[in-house]
Structures are given as structure tokens and as C-alpha cells.
Design a protein. Structure first.
Length: 361
């Protein structure tokens, strides 16, 4: 979940390799398709499993927060497999001090933990369909933070996307039919709405802060560097979640929660386990798209998965899909297409510039 909102055309280290031959071109597209599948499947599965955990009697917000990052050791496999390829790139910039990097990891990790907690409350108090559509506002927040922190230009298409996603979230906020679902009070619905919106904004802030870190501090953009950022910030976030779990006293209720879980104790353990794995599958997809294509493309695909969730929510959890939600979903998709087309225009312009430079040299 990195690098979204860069002001310059981004390329990964993989893109330095020519893709002119049919074999390399086919291999590149295969990698893109595979990582898109990982991201969409992982994000969809983790959100649905999170809702299932609450529906079956789970009630620990800190446990829900913990599993969002606890599966980070899986990323060490990818780090081991790709370390040799990643370290081939050279950089003339001096290495940042270990103290500075550690401090950055700690600060970002704590922010991620707080962000995950807000998402946990949002998923508890909102139907999956409402929750996912509000999360789509992250692109709008991303555009705003990128403008101030990463010097990204506001074009007509990006502005259109911001407006559409903002109105989409606002529609759900005033939709009376969505409030009080699952036997919850209107006050809890509003709290869930505000916290989910705040989580989306915080998530976008994290992306921009990571972009600043890579541009101003690390000054390198390789697969291993990206993985290190995700692994160690997730480590800090996981520790913070564990502290919150014990400090809040929720750990005392976990045994009873497991025994009272609607679909059984084994299902309880497997739900938490596969939720953690699903989050890391999504994470691998995110990192893979950053490495193979670009960070902006990765963030857009992440947002594309959100309008898909309401469909599964209706199928599995029988969420009500009324007219307001359908309009909000269409607006979210429209906003996504608007933002995505701007990225396509930027990429096309960057490729033309690159070709012109090569021809003149």
C-alpha cells in the first residue's frame, strides 16, 4: 500500500528491462494479471471474513485490528526470493541512518495500527456494502494529500473523481435506510461512518507519507526496499495491536468468544487465520503491482475492488442494496474510471517523452 499519488511518472525497477520481444511482453502481462488477482481476491476475502467474524459473534475490535497486519511474516518469503534481483540496482545517494529509518517505521507503524482500528470499528458498525463504498473515498483523499505532500497536479479528471467519490460517501452518510442495520443504533451507525471515513483519509495520508519517505529519505525504489517498508511497519502495527488487545482487557474475552462463535471453535480459528493470510495476499498484490507497473496503478486497482464488495455482501450477508447504494456505487465506479483515465493519459504522455528522448540521443 505504497507510493500512491506521486507527482512524476513512476516506473518500477522491472520496467528498465526491455519488453519488446513477444515472450517478455507476454510474461509482463501475466505478472500484471496475477498481481491484480492477488490484490482484488485478497482484499475482497479479508473484508468479507472480517464481517463474518462479527456476524458469528466475534466482538474484539483489537483482534480484528491485529489480524490485519499479523500475517506479515509471509512477506519474508517474497523478500528472500526477490532480494538478489532487487539489490542489483545502484544508487549514488548515501544510505539513511538506521536511527532515522527505525523512527520512520515506528511512526508509520503506529499510524497504521490506529488506521486499522478505525477500519475495525467501521466494519463492526456498518454493512459491508456501505463500508466498502465509503472506503472508495480513499482516492479522493489521496488526491488531496498528494497535492500538498507530493506536489501532484489537480487536473479536471482528478477533480471530477474527487467530487464524485465525495458525493458517493455523502449519499451513504444521509441514507436513512442504511442506518440502524444489524440492530445497531443510529449513533453507532454514525460513529462507524465517521471512523471509516477517517480511516480512508488516514490510509491516504499514510500513502503520501511513505511517498515522501522514499523520495526524501530512502531515495531508492526497489522491490526489497518496498517489502522492508511493509514488513517493518506491519511489525510495529502488530505489536501496537497486541498492546491494545491486552491493555483494553479484550484478551480476557477471547476464550469465551471462541466457544460462543456461531459456526464453532475451529471456524473461529480458521476465520482469523485466513483473514490474516488474505490481508497479506492483498499486500503481495499491491507490492507486485508497484514493482511491475507503478504505485499509482496499484492504488487504483485497490480502489477498483471496493465497488465489487457490495455484490458479494448481498450474496453472502443479505445486505440491502437500495437505490441510494446503487447510485453511490455507480458514482464510485465513475470516479474510479475518471481517476484511472488520468493515469492512462499521464502514462501515455510519459512514454511519448521517453521515446522522443531516445530518438534524440
Amino acid at each position: 500500500l505504497l507510493f500512491a499519488g506521486s507527482s512524476k511518472p513512476e516506473t518500477s525497477t522491472n520496467e528498465t528491462t526491455p519488453r519488446n520481444s513477444p515472450t517478455k511482453h507476454w510474461h509482463w502481462w501475466l505478472m500484471v494479471a496475477l498481481n491484480i488477482f492477488f490484490l482484488i481476491a485478497g482484499q475482497t476475502a479479508s473484508t468479507l471474513l472480517g464481517r463474518f467474524y462479527y456476524n458469528q459473534g466475534g466482538n474484539s475490535k483489537w483482534m480484528s485490528t491485529f489480524v490485519q497486519t499479523a500475517g506479515f511474516p509471509v512477506l519474508f518469503i517474497a523478500l528472500y526470493l526477490f532480494r538478489s534481483k532487487s539489490t542489483q540496482t545502484t544508487s549514488t545517494s548515501p544510505e539513511p541512518s538506521a536511527t532515522k529509518i527505525t523512527l520512520i517505521y515506528i511512526v508509520l507503524g503506529l499510524i497504521i495500527a490506529a488506521d486499522d482500528l478505525m477500519y475495525s470499528y467501521g466494519l463492526l458498525y456498518l454493512p459491508v456494502s456501505t463500508y466498502s463504498l465509503i472506503c472508495a473515498s480513499q482516492l479522493a483523499f489521496n488526491a488531496v494529500f498528494s497535492y500538498f505532500l507530493n506536489a501532484q497536479r489537480f487536473t479536471a479528471l482528478i477533480f471530477n473523481s474527487v467530487i464524485l467519490l465525495t458525493f458517493s460517501a455523502a449519499l451513504l452518510g444521509v441514507d436513512e435506510d442504511s442506518q440502524g442495520t444489524n440492530g445497531l443504533s443510529q449513533g453507532k451507525y454514525i460513529l462507524g461512518f465517521v471512523l471509516t471515513l477517517g480511516a480512508s483519509a488516514t490510509y491516504s495520508l499514510i500513502l503520501s507519507l511513505m511517498q515522501v519517505t522514499f523520495e526524501k529519505v530512502i531515495k531508492r525504489e526497489t522491490f526489497s526496499v518496498v517489502l522492508n517498508m511493509q514488513i517493518y511497519t506491519a511489525l510495529v502495527a502488530t505489536i501496537a495491536s497486541l498492546v491494545g488487545l491486552f491493555a483494553s482487557g479484550e484478551w480476557k474475552t477471547l476464550e469465551g468468544e471462541m466457544h460462543a462463535f456461531g459456526s464453532g471453535r475451529l471456524s473461529y480459528v480458521m476465520t482469523l487465520l485466513w483473514t490474516a493470510i488474505s490481508w497479506q495476499i492483498a499486500s503481495v498484490g499491491v507490492v507486485g503491482l508497484i514493482f511491475v507497473v507503478s504505485s499509482l496503478f496499484s492504488n487504483v486497482i485497490s480502489t477498483l475492488a471496493l465497488p465489487i464488495l457490495p455484490v458479494f455482501a448481498v450474496i453472502f450477508f443479505h445486505d440491502k442494496m437500495d437505490g441510494v447504494k446503487i447510485i453511490a456505487m455507480l458514482m464510485s465506479i465513475w470516479g474510479f474510471i475518471s481517476y484511472g483515465y488520468q493515469l492512462y493519459v499521464n502514462d501515455k504522455k510519459a512514454r511519448k517523452t521517453s521515446v522522443s528522448v531516445e530518438e534524440n540521443s
